[in-house]
Design a protein around this ligand. Sequence first.
Ligand code: LRH
Ligand code: MN
Length: 425
Amino acid sequence: MQYAGMRSRNCLTGRRRASKIVDWRKSFVIDSKKSDLIAQTLDRFHVELPSWGFANTGTRFGKFLQPAAASTIAEKFSDAAQVHRWTGVCPTIALHVLWDLPNGAADAAEIRRLADIHGVRPGSINPNLFQDQTYKFGSFGNPDPAVRREALDHVINSIEIADALASRDLSLWFADGSNYPGTQNMRQRRRWFIEGLQEAHARLSGEQRMLVEYKPFEPAFYHTDIADWGMALLLARDAGPRAKVLVDTGHHYQAQNIEQIVAWLLDLGMLGGFHFNDRRYADDDLTTGSIDPYQVFRIFHEILHYEWESGTHADIAYMIDQSHNLKGKIEAMIQTVTTIMELFAKASLVDHKKLSRLQDECALVDAEDCLKDAFSTDVRPLIREWASAKGLTDDPMDAFRQSGYFERITAERAERNAAAVASYA
Ligand code: LRH
Ligand code: MN
């Protein structure tokens, strides 16, 4: 039995079917306009590497030691330089103060020397306000004023390190919180955080910024003082004009719409940076795009659509924050950087003018297809073209594997790494 709709669909005129195929194919044709777009996008794209991503890390159930892992800051710079050499987009390395500058600003000269040798600049400075026994009941939120003072002094030292290294961003994450109801006054802790952040903000100078990172839980499991984007936003505003919000993609409840948070922070001029990683459950710190690449694409889309609409470049620090517990650390980093480049390039292909019109017309399917077409475009040939044009290898992973670097550092570091402690407790 034939119904009107079915009949008409089946007898789509040859011409209309042909035009539909052309339209469909046209959207995937890699024309010079798209290759220029991707080239312009990648020319200004940088992503910062975490020094701790090259070291042996684990979970509370222990860590599996890798013979080639980095443990000295010199090795971390050397490994980061490998990733930058083969990808061309990682000119800076994020430093964690206690792990990379145990002697504080006194280590700055050594860092500058390594930066010159390896051609990778020191990036964001991350104070460590979670490792010391002192911080059992918190740092900026600790009821003990002596501990709050000690925490503030560490942040002020970290700003001096940033001064000595010409680093722009002070990247703040606080593990502060509590594990049981009623055990801490959350309102009072909020007020202590404002005091601490305002005092730290007053020490910033030049182009320096303060990035406030939020996280819903872990290591605290009842309340975390800076648990979500709203708390980070309000605290950053209270701290001062140099304070912005840092979005770690792993620091959200499963159902949260991260790109909506990004859209709001962009519109409020309060988006300072990202820590990219991926997760299936909680703050798993897996390699970016390994679980939900479309999530990262949607985040990049919100940023690039905002830039198109506002005609401005959003002043965002793109950074990676992962711990490579099983994958080879340098390969995991190269895989991450190439994945992020692909997702950023795909997002640059969205036809913003067309999308904006379709959004106004509430043309739901066609509007969504603007994103899906871009996301489904295989940009790898264009990224290879861009890389070759820049004199870079068009296959970073293979180039790294052919370089012999891994075999060399394994021979240099294996004995030392084998002696390291693997167990948690
Ligand atoms: C906290 C965090 C923070 C870093 C740490 C290594 O989970 O995301 O950004 O200091 O990981
Ligand atoms: Mn982080």
